[in-house]
Design a protein around this ligand. Sequence first.
Ligand SMILES: C[S@@+](CC[C@H](N)C(=O)[O-])C[C@H]1O[C@@H](n2cnc3c(N)ncnc32)[C@H](O)[C@@H]1O
Length: 304
Amino acid sequence: MPASRSALYGQADHDLAPSAPDAAQLSPLVLGSTDIASAPDESFDAVTVRAPAGAAERRYVLAHALRVLTPGGRMTAFAPKDRGGLRLRKELEALGCEVGESARRHNRICLVVRPSAIKGLEEALAAGAPRQIAENGLWTQPGVFSWDRLDAGTNALLQVLPPFSGVGADFGAGIGLLALNVLASPKVTKLTLVELDRRALELSKRNIADPRAAFVWGDVRQNAGGLEGLDFVVSNPPFHEGGGEDKALGQAFIRAAAEALRKGGSLWIVANRHLPYEAILAESFAKVRLVGEGGGYKVFEARK
Ligand SMILES: C[S@@+](CC[C@H](N)C(=O)[O-])C[C@H]1O[C@@H](n2cnc3c(N)ncnc32)[C@H](O)[C@@H]1O
């Protein structure tokens, strides 16, 4: 008999749902993971899912997780009550599962055995799949940052972006909206998009057919792409990790930008007005200028 194969979607929480140490990682937010959509049908005996908060994204992930299970295979899915957990049971029942549910540490934990027929599989997969938005022609997917609307922070930055020149990077580039605007300047010779979410990075490749663009699936905090001597960096940095606010994430992006820029190079960054980035900007850069403020956002230019 072949050894049992198991998979994990998202960070493990062994207290809520045990998972094997050698489980294959299927979350797009973990570097080196396998795309759940490309995993073959019936390829795992057990799957543990840290279910995402967005409804269409969650159903898509649950449907894929059932699809990749062998007949009789088990799935454990969990989510905080207020971030989809209360809907897990119904969603799994709608996919044809009999659900055993328990509660622990404000989470709901659902255990199912793969049903012989997964109900509404195609529909759930289609509802969470990449698609092109008619108005702007951009590729997007439920689950990636601000997937179905223009983010107010991105917009604040777009309003004031100068025409850049030389070699630059977009830290946390999402599906590439900012990057597209940066590349509108013919004086930009190269732009590296660094992004942790593999889905967003793949979508940005579809959105940007420009030979000056380079794409790096990596963590800005670990200097993914080994960038140095840059003329400019643009960033609408993330400030949420695992559902909570994390100002350290934005601060790490600022430090990473300072390291990647040449002397005299500049960082253009947007921040939620209440986030304390001024001190770290002043610490890491020679000159900091508030370029614009409005709609709850501040945009800074920081020169090294
Ligand atoms: C606020 S969004 C901005 C997206 C895009 N630049 C825009 O303005 O529409 C931040 C992006 O950073 C990505 N991200 C989060 N942590 C990251 C990290 N450590 N390294 C690289 N990218 C990260 C997120 O996946 C998200 O796409």
